[in-house]
Design a protein around this ligand. Sequence first.
Ligand code: RP5
Length: 165
Amino acid sequence: MLATPLVALVMGSQSDWPTMRHAADTLDALKIEYEARIVSAHRTPHRLVDFSTNAREDGFRVIIAGAGGAAHLPGMIAAMTPLPVFGVPVESKALSGHDSLLSIVQMPGGVPVGTLAIGKPGAINAALLAASVLALGDEELADRLDAYRTAQTEAVPRYPSDDQH
Ligand code: RP5
């Protein structure tokens, strides 16, 4: 049997994937395996409980959870697992993700969710934080993360250009 990937990448809906795929792309760039799943706190509550209560035993070490609107998914997962949970507020149509952000960030003391920025930058940074956590115990990954950051730095031009890209 194949080992469970260390990162679970969960989202409340298929409609979250265009945002959350940026986390997936970042994990791919760092050669970190992940399992992507749809788990809705409201539409699939039993799936939520099953996933959250078994996540650690299943072998996951970090959870990235993205949701929009009444975004209870990351907080409810955090309520049921001791694993680190990074929450990504997906940009909602009605309120541009302000609702998502506030739903995720205002956790009560004692049940943490590391809350990222709304949308694509949040998804990318959730993956990078997951990588940082895993790199604490994986020197090869730490090297890949260093290389990622070096490449990012080197890609910033010194001077602005009129060329569009
Ligand atoms: C949330 O409701 C999901 O995370 C999604 O961001 C939002 C809208 O879901 P759909 O109606 O597009 O499935 O639970």
